[in-house]
Ligand binder design. Sequence first.
Ligand SMILES: *[C@@H]1O[C@H](CO)[C@@H](O)[C@H](O)[C@H]1NC(C)=O
Ligand SMILES: *[C@@H]1O[C@H](CO)[C@@H](O)[C@H](O)[C@H]1NC(C)=O
Ligand SMILES: CC(=O)N[C@H]1CO[C@H](CO)[C@@H](O)[C@@H]1O
Length: 436
Amino acid sequence: ACPHLLPLGLSVPARLQKSKLKLLPHRVEQEDSTKFIVLTLVSIACIVGVLLASGLIYCLRHSSHYKLKEKLSGLGGDPAADATTAYQELCRQRMAMRPPDRPEGPHTSRISSVSSQFSDGPMPSPSARSSTSSWSEEPVQPNMDISTGHVILAYMEDHLKNKNRLEKEWEALCAYQAEPNCSLVAQREENMPKNRSLSVLTYDHSRILLKSENSHSNSDYINASPIMDHDPRNPAYIATQGPLPATVADFWQMVWESGCVVIVMLTPLTENGVRQCYHYWPDEGSNLYHVYEVNLVSEHIWCEDFLVRSFYLKNLQTNETRTVTQFHFLSWYDQGVPSSTRSLLDFRRKVNKCYRGRSCPIIVHCSDGAGRSGTYVLIDMVLNKMAKGAKEIDIAATLEHLRDQRPSMVQTKEQFEFALTAVAEEVNAILKALPQ
Ligand SMILES: *[C@@H]1O[C@H](CO)[C@@H](O)[C@H](O)[C@H]1NC(C)=O
Ligand SMILES: *[C@@H]1O[C@H](CO)[C@@H](O)[C@H](O)[C@H]1NC(C)=O
Ligand SMILES: CC(=O)N[C@H]1CO[C@H](CO)[C@@H](O)[C@@H]1O
């Protein structure tokens, strides 16, 4: 019956009557054109259907996106209140799916650690080290694992509501001792003036070494620590103190030698009259720091919380040049937290959009390069792991991993709580933006 079977119809035995032979193609032709019309109509109907459906989907997604935006804008410090009833119901279901006989040993007090493996049965108590190393074995997936996202979100919201557990968690983190923890190089007499704070000195085993032959002071020391994520050879970040007048040339040397193209600055220059960081770039035109010529190309104020500067950096020894972008968050004060998670999450998205696809470390600094810098790196590292589809996230272990590399990363309980809130909020936003 189908048009492509036509040749078969033509191969009818010769003994068939002529008329029939003549008729056959004619009939097929007629049938064919009817079918063609029907097919055309069906296809048109299909196309219209698809168009209508996609229009509908677009409208739905648009409105849910709008709702999400609306919700986020009304968000204070309480992400738990933010969840819709339906969503909370989903979380409850997921929590209920967990086996009731979860081990209640001391390790379950590691409340900010969570794993979707909970749903596979009781887990051996996760040690910080083992879960840290297991991350690197995760296959890299392009997207966040949705069920992990839901579990983590539910867990963190639960956690953030229970201040007592948070307090205990923080106390446990305060007792954490990094090992090895020698800081002899940082305490050498000639290096002491290069430190902003006695409490944040680089560890000997984890510090950025400048090429002393290129240094204006023939020294390899700068108060800066490489921060590794999953790749043990290449740091994902360099956490460093805000440059001092005496270390600004070292700072630009480090920017140059590390191949850095993105600087994240998390402190205002001055707070209540106290200098937090040296003004290490030119206000206009160019400045020369040792052999590093820095040109201010542009300064773009994004919002009241942050601005973006673009520098043209030239090494006068080699005449090589590079563009460096500095993201400056203005409203985060020493020992404190930003006024909203939203502004910092927006800021992070801008940074990562600029950085995307590169392999050099991001330089992150505040004043001492530990409190605010540690909080930012913790949030970014955890969210990046989730974006890569990690099935296990342990925030406390991640923080210990950071503290193995630089002391005092995340300085206050409020900063730690802020990091949890920010992660929960971003995960919430990602889940809502996904087609369910
Ligand atoms: C440094 O490591 C030693 C063990 O090698 C430990 O006893 C000490 O408490 C650690 N200090 C800090 C500040 O973590
Ligand atoms: C760099 O440029 C200057 C001026 O153009 C030139 O004199 C100098 O030889 C160059 N240096 C190198 C290493 O190419
Ligand atoms: C500029 C300077 O000296 N900064 C600090 C370096 O570390 C010492 C620790 O002894 C501090 O006292 C300095 O203020």
